[in-house]
Write a protein that binds this ligand. Structure first.
Ligand code: PLP
Length: 371
């Protein structure tokens, strides 16, 4: 009973895909086109088909995807971008890097996604984009957000770093707005073995801009028509994602099955958890519950070989580097849930027996802590 459960079991995934991954890697080593080799475009085409977006542009990371998207939209000093404070720091970091200001709108207490009903009040003449995050793998209220954006002529960038494979009203995440950005960080639902990411859009002009910005803003070799970055994704990493696509549909099914089982087991005990809406799916990049006395509960679970994590302990408007930039904005819901959220082990290779062990251990732990 004391065997350690992995928070996300990437080694089991590698064992299952070893032949395909090794073959793909060796193919690249043999053709030797390490930068912008044929696997780059091959992956982009596969992901265009998968998401339904007309264009996919692979880039060096999820952060780079967000940065390049904002650059393609021409966002710069003095502009405001509306986003959520309850996310990984990269979402807001890229806004600040460009000299723009993140305007934080509070979240819904049950999904932890941006509260669409509070967005309109945050729009000013300086607002240049809305950037919702599909947190924990579940898209936000994209119809409502797109409708507000359309009324004000604003683009919407979905930070889909955690939600590749999820759907919203039958459409795939990454293809729900002007631009969708995802990450292939190893622990994301679709990961590589290093850093990687992708931008999705159906807008030809934006796609062309993103492709140029990815390679130092060059229109053709050594002819630079824009300010760009070194933002390409390695051929090797593209090859690894291609191999991982072989069982990706199965992985999504597993994630949804395990997510539904967690829901069922926790609801039976009346425990509080992140909720999913009926008109969309989550790929459960994280499976997250709300607890009181989080430190004590996490400690007890850890002693039984069950790792947990906190996504995220401090809203971005409270972070030392950000609090002056956003003039002390208060987001009460984000503030509260940041103290309560705790993510449990999750991943396509999580065994049902381990899942039962996790819930049983959690039940024991909350007796001392409380939900
Ligand atoms: C992981 C993540 C990113 C950044 O992706 P990287 O590939 O690590 O740069 C951005 N936004 C969110 C919400 C993320 O979870």
């Amino acid at each position: 009973m004391t065997q350690k459960i992995e928070f996300i079991d990437l080694k089991a995934q590698y064992r299952a895909l070893k032949d395909a991954i090794d073959a793909r890697i060796h193919k690249v080593l043999n053709h030797g086109q390490y930068i912008m080799g044929p696997e780059v475009r091959e992956l982009e085409e596969r992901l265009e088909d998968y998401t339904g977006a007309k264009h996919c542009i692979t880039v060096a990371s999820g952060t780079e995807a967000l940065l390049i998207s904002l650059m393609a939209l021409g966002i710069g000093p003095g502009d405001e971008v509306i986003t959520t404070p309850f996310t990984f720091v990269a979402t807001a970091e890229v806004i600040v890097l460009l000299g723009a200001v993140p305007v934080f709108v509070d979240i819904e207490p049950d999904t932890c996604n941006i509260d669409a009903s509070k967005i309109e009040a945050a729009i000013t003449p300086k607002t240049k984009a809305i950037m919702p995050v599909s947190l924990y793998g579940q898209p936000a209220d994209m119809d409502e957000i797109n409708a507000i954006a359309e009324r004000y002529g604003l683009p919407v960038i979905e930070d889909a770093a955690q939600s590749f494979g999820a759907t919203y009203k039958g459409k795939k995440s990454c293809n729900l707005s002007t631009i969708g950005c995802t990450s292939f960080f190893p622990s994301k639902p679709l990961g590589c073995y290093g850093d990687g990411g992708a931008i999705f859009t159906t807008d030809d002009v934006l796609a062309k801009a993103c492709r140029e910005i990815r390679v130092h803003g060059q229109k053709r070799r050594y002819y630079h028509t824009r300010i760009g970055v070194g933002g390409r994704m390695d051929t090797l990493q593209c090859a690894i994602v291609l191999a991982k696509l072989e069982r990706f549909d199965w992985e999504i099914e597993q994630r949804m099955k395990l997510g539904a089982r967690y829901n069922q087991l926790l609801d039976k005990h009346g425990y509080q958890r992140v909720k999913q809406r009926n008109d969309r799916t989550s790929v459960f990049a994280q499976y997250t519950v709300f607890v009181e006395n989080r430190d004590a509960i996490a400690k007890q679970l850890n002693e039984q070989g069950i790792p947990t994590a906190v996504h995220y302990p401090v809203p971005l408007n409270r972070q030392p580097a950000y609090k002056d930039i956003c003039h002390g904005t208060v987001t009460a819901v984000a503030e509260r849930v940041a103290k309560q959220v705790m993510s449990l082990p999750m991943g396509p290779d999580l065994a049902e027996s381990d899942q039962q062990r996790i819930v049983a251990a959690l039940s024991e732990a909350v007796k001392i802590g409380g939900f």
